[in-house]
Design a protein around this ligand. Structure first.
Ligand code: ZN
Length: 349
C-alpha cells in the first residue's frame, strides 16, 4: 500500500517541483531583465540629459572632439545650435575652446571664420575685425573674410580702410562696382574737413554718374541743403524716396517748387497738406485723398516697408545695407494703408 502511494505520489511531486522550479527561474529571469532594462533606461536618460544641447559646457565639446573623436563637422553643427538660439556668447566660447586644440590649417580657418561671423552677428565689431585680419594674415585671398572686413569697416565708420578692402576685392576679381560708389559717397558725406557746399557738389556729380546712391544724396540735401533739393527734386526718382517725402515736415516742403508735379501733388494731397489732387492712380493715395475730402475725418495713414531686391526679405526700417544678405541699397519701398493713426502721431515718427 505504502509503495503504491509513493509510486503514485512520486511523479506528481516531481512534476510540481519541476513546474515550481520553472516558474521560479522564469520569475527570477523576468525580474532581472526588468531590473536591467530599468537601469539601462536610467543610464540612457542620464546620458541624454548630459548631452542635451545647451547643457554641455564649452570644454565638453573639446572633450567630445578629442576623446570620443566625434567628427569636427559634428562639433561645429552642435555649436551652431547656440547660434540659432541667439546665444552668441556660448557659441563664441565653443569656438575659442576648439581653436586651442585644432591644429589642421583648414579647420583652424573654418573655426576662425565662424568665430568672426559670430562676433559680427553679436555686434562685437572690433573683435570680429581682429579675427578676420588674423585669417587674412595667413590666407590673404579669403573672400569671405575680406567681405566681412569691408562691412565691419563701414559700420565702424573707417571708410578709408573700407576703400582699401574694396581694392583688394577688386584685385581678386570680385564685382565691386556697387561697393566702390557706395564707399565713395560715404567718404564724401563723412569727410570732417570739407565744407557742406563742396560735399554737396561732389555728391551731386557722383549721383549724376551713378544713380545707385540716390537715396544717400537726397538724405544729405534734405538735411543740409533743402533749397538745393527743391531746385533739383525732379532729377530724382521720387517713388524711390516716397517715405522720406511723406515724413518731411510741412515747413521743409517748398510748395512753390512742387508746381505741377503730379506725384507730389497727389502725395501731399493724400497727406492732407494740399488739396490740389482730387484723385490718384495710386490706390493708397486715392483712398487717402477721398478720406481727406470726406466730411467726417477718418484717421488713416500710410505705413512703409522695405523689400530687399536681392534676398526678398522684408524689413520695417530702411538700411543702406540689407542686414540679411548685406547687399547695398537694395531696398524697394512698399506702402500700404493703415487706419487709426492721427497726423499728430505721424509727425512724431
Ligand atoms: Zn537682402
Amino acid at each position: 500500500m505504502d509503495s503504491l502511494v509513493l509510486e503514485y505520489r512520486d511523479p506528481l511531486f516531481g512534476i510540481i517541483v519541476l513546474f515550481t522550479l520553472i516558474f521560479f527561474i522564469s520569475f527570477i529571469t523576468y525580474s532581472f531583465s526588468l531590473y536591467k532594462e530599468r537601469r539601462a533606461r536610467r543610464d540612457y536618460r542620464k546620458l541624454l540629459k548630459r548631452f542635451e544641447i545647451g547643457k554641455l559646457k564649452e570644454e565638453d565639446y573639446v572633450h567630445l572632439y578629442k576623446t570620443y573623436n566625434l567628427p569636427f563637422d559634428s562639433i561645429l553643427l552642435l555649436a551652431s545650435t547656440f547660434l540659432h538660439k541667439g546665444d552668441y556668447n556660448k557659441a563664441i566660447s565653443v569656438y575659442l575652446a576648439l581653436l586651442e586644440h585644432v591644429t589642421d590649417r583648414v579647420k583652424k580657418e573654418e573655426v576662425l571664420e565662424l568665430l568672426g561671423t559670430t562676433y559680427f552677428k553679436g555686434g562685437f565689431m572690433q573683435r570680429s575685425r581682429e579675427i578676420f585680419l588674423r585669417i587674412l594674415k595667413f590666407s590673404p585671398r579669403n573672400l569671405k573674410a575680406l567681405k566681412y572686413l569691408l562691412i565691419i569697416n563701414e559700420k565702424l565708420k573707417e571708410y578709408s580702410q573700407a576703400k582699401e578692402v574694396v581694392e583688394c576685392l577688386d584685385e581678386l576679381g570680385s564685382d565691386t562696382k556697387k561697393d566702390k560708389v557706395f564707399i565713395e559717397a560715404l567718404i564724401i558725406i563723412n569727410d570732417p574737413v570739407e565744407s557742406f557746399e563742396k560735399k554737396g557738389e561732389k555728391l551731386y556729380s557722383l549721383f549724376k554718374e551713378n544713380q545707385l546712391i540716390e537715396r544717400l544724396v537726397v538724405q544729405y540735401f534734405i538735411q543740409y541743403n533743402k533749397e538745393f533739393f527743391w531746385e533739383h527734386f525732379e532729377e530724382f526718382n521720387l517713388k524711390k524716396i516716397v517715405d522720406i517725402l511723406w515724413y518731411l515736415n510741412f515747413d521743409d516742403i517748398n510748395f512753390d517748387k512742387i508746381g505741377n508735379n503730379k506725384f507730389l501733388n497727389e502725395l501731399y494731397s493724400a497727406k492732407g497738406y494740399l488739396k490740389t489732387a482730387s484723385h490718384s492712380d495710386d490706390f493708397v493715395f486715392d483712398v487717402l485723398i477721398a478720406l481727406n475730402n470726406h466730411e467726417h475725418k477718418v484717421p488713416a495713414s500710410i505705413d512703409f516697408e522695405f523689400i530687399c531686391s536681392s534676398c526678398k526679405h522684408t524689413h520695417p526700417i530702411f538700411d543702406t545695407r540689407c542686414p540679411r544678405c548685406h547687399d547695398i541699397l537694395s531696398f524697394n519701398i512698399k506702402y500700404y494703408l493703415v487706419k487709426g493713426i492721427s497726423e499728430a502721431n505721424q509727425s512724431l515718427q
